[in-house]
Design a protein around this ligand. Structure first.
Ligand SMILES: [Zn+2]
Length: 316
């Protein structure tokens, strides 16, 4: 009897070991299969999804779910110029301070999230996330109203904007600041204050090509001469920004919307990753597609309409 009991106990012991080995093997096999399916993009999560080349092979998490869903985003970019209460400047390129305040309040209440150009560049080039309902607010020329009207409203609403400055105007106003109280454009200390706040992203609107018909190629100008002239002008503002702000603009905002042939190569060679034009429309921004950051469309915001009605018109 004692012998039979010993045999039975031994049988039970070996069966238990065999089962545990089997479970262990199953786990290892499952892990291998899971790893292979992730590497080849055949997991349940990634099936039918875009697989970014820079994604790491790892267990998918919530961030990646968001990432996959966000491979393509519609982004409106609004084009503002002057904010003024002087009637003769109010119109296609000038709005009142009250209109600007209403715009920012509307955007906040409607759930729009104001982002800047670097957010779009990071989304396209590095796969970084964007908030829901992103929108870019751009202010051309570096008018003083960016400091007097826009800046306090951004602080109040915790919103962000892009200000594209003209290098020559910024230098001129900085030099006149000691002798003149009212200046049309920003000075470098004001530009720095905007930049340092983190609410305003400073971008390049040319050093001195703005008042000279924009950054297009002149009639009869050779490709080489155009290349050198534009490179010199834009570099001058890039270097001034580096010196005053410790930041080099990443976007060129075409003055007057004039897009010169071959200008993209010149702009890219300077390290900028995006350009903004004046053609109207909403942009489709895609991860991994650097082309979609060039000649981006903007929607002009004239006086006399609500931003809500303008956006409604462009929504698909
Ligand atoms: Zn301009």
């Amino acid at each position: 009897m004692k012998k039979i009991c010993t045999i039975l106990l031994a049988l039970l012991f070996f069966t238990a070991i065999a089962n545990s080995d089997e479970n262990g093997l199953d786990r290892a096999k499952n892990a291998r299969l899971q790893a292979r399916s992730l590497a080849t993009g055949q997991s349940d999560l990634s099936r039918n999804c875009y697989i970014p080349t820079f994604a790491e092979e790892k267990e998918p998490d919530e961030t990646e779910v968001f990432f996959f869903r966000q491979q393509e985003v519609e982004v409106p970019i609004i084009m503002y110029h002057l904010v003024t209460d002087r009637p003769k400047f109010i119109g296609k390129h000038g709005i009142t301070p009250q209109e600007l305040e209403k715009d920012l309040t509307f955007l906040r209440e409607a759930g729009y999230n104001t982002i800047v150009m670097q957010d779009l560049i990071n989304f396209v080039e590095r796969g970084k996330k964007l908030p829901k309902n992103p929108i870019v607010l751009t202010f051309d020329d570096g008018n003083f109203s960016d400091y007097s009207y826009l800046f306090p409203l951004l602080q109040e609403n915790k919103q962000r904007a892009v200000v594209a400055i003209i290098g020559e105007a910024t230098d001129r106003c900085t030099n006149l600041a000691e002798t003149h109280k009212k200046l049309p454009n920003l000075t470098w200390p004001q530009v720095k204050e905007l930049h340092d706040s983190g609410l305003v992203e400073i971008q390049n609107h040319g050093y001195n090509v703005h008042g000279k018909g924009g950054s297009g190629k002149k009639r009869g100008e050779s490709a080489d001469a155009y290349h050198n002239r534009l490179t010199e002008d834009l570099t001058k503002l890039q270097e001034a920004c580096e010196a005053h702000l410790g930041w080099q603009p990443t976007t060129f905002v075409y003055p007057l919307g004039v897009i010169g042939e071959g200008s993209r190569e010149i702009i890219e060679a300077m390290g900028m990753a995006a350009t903004l034009g004046c053609e109207e429309g909403i942009n489709t921004v895609r991860q991994g597609d650097r082309d979609c950051l060039f000649k981006m469309r903007r929607i002009n915001r004239p006086s006399g309409k609500s931003l809500e009605s303008i956006l409604e018109k462009w929504k698909k």
